[in-house]
Design a protein around this ligand. Structure first.
Ligand SMILES: CC(C)(COP(=O)(O)OP(=O)(O)OC[C@H]1O[C@@H](n2cnc3c(N)ncnc32)[C@H](O)[C@@H]1OP(=O)(O)O)[C@@H](O)C(=O)NCCC(=O)NCCS
Length: 186
């Protein structure tokens, strides 16, 4: 069962501008997104799915899709074309829960390179921090620097470990209290 986000900022849908001028809406995934998330996977090529699932993609049964939409201990975000109920262009997941959240992102092939993956990853990291996670971890295929570049754009100080066919990136994400809200007590 998904947990509610701890703070307000990440809860509402966010309209984001993509490179090229289109708009996407990033929001929390719900069970009603099952067919949209199936469509997202069907629109992705084999390489994209291999990079996301580090092997065979899920079978796309309703149970598989429900698991992607409601990951254990965390939550999923979808990016939709133009409107909150538009086609699903991307999916980000936060798994596991405190103290270490696993983050995973998938963007449809025909909408990559437009800034969407970075925005989804940023909001997933924010959501993980709001759930109380201190660190995030992400897994990628060995030899690909795409994931490291993605996390680099979020200015996360990630450490990379290579293990056989896989790389692991881990970074601290704990929220730093907003200095403007701190009161100095003498
Ligand atoms: C990794 C992945 C999520 C990135 O998604 P994306 O939407 O293409 O990501 P972005 O558009 O934010 O960034 C991709 C590139 O576009 C560039 N870009 C983004 N916005 C840009 C802009 N405004 N101007 C110029 N370039 C821009 C980025 O710099 C980045 O360049 P790089 O390839 O040199 O790093 C996507 O490729 C994917 O789904 N891959 C398969 C699954 C996967 O590997 N997931 C990660 C592990 S879980």
């Amino acid at each position: 069962m998904s947990q509610p986000l701890a703070s307000g900022a990440e809860n509402g849908p966010a309209h984001v501008a993509l490179v090229g001028g289109r708009v996407a809406v990033i929001r929390r995934a719900t069970p009603a997104d099952l067919s949209g998330v199936r469509g997202l996977h069907l629109a992705c090529g084999a390489d994209t799915l291999r990079d996301r699932y580090l092997g065979s993609p899920p079978d796309l049964t309703d149970a598989d899709l429900a698991g992607l939409i409601d990951p254990p201990g965390g939550l999923a975000l979808v990016a939709c074309a133009g409107r909150p109920d538009g086609d699903v262009l991307g999916l980000a997941q936060v798994f596991g829960g405190p103290p270490v959240a696993e983050i995973a992102v998938l963007v449809r092939d025909d909408h990559q390179q437009r800034g969407l993956g970075t925005m989804l990853a940023r909001r997933a990291v924010d959501a993980a921090a709001a759930l109380g996670c201190r660190d995030m971890v992400a897994y990628g295929v060995a030899g690909s620097s795409r994931l490291a570049r993605l996390l680099g754009r979020l200015e996360l100080r990630s450490q990379l470990r290579a293990e056989g066919p896989m790389i692991t990136l881990r970074a601290p994400i704990a929220r730093i209290p907003d200095q403007r809200n701190l009161r100095i007590v003498h």
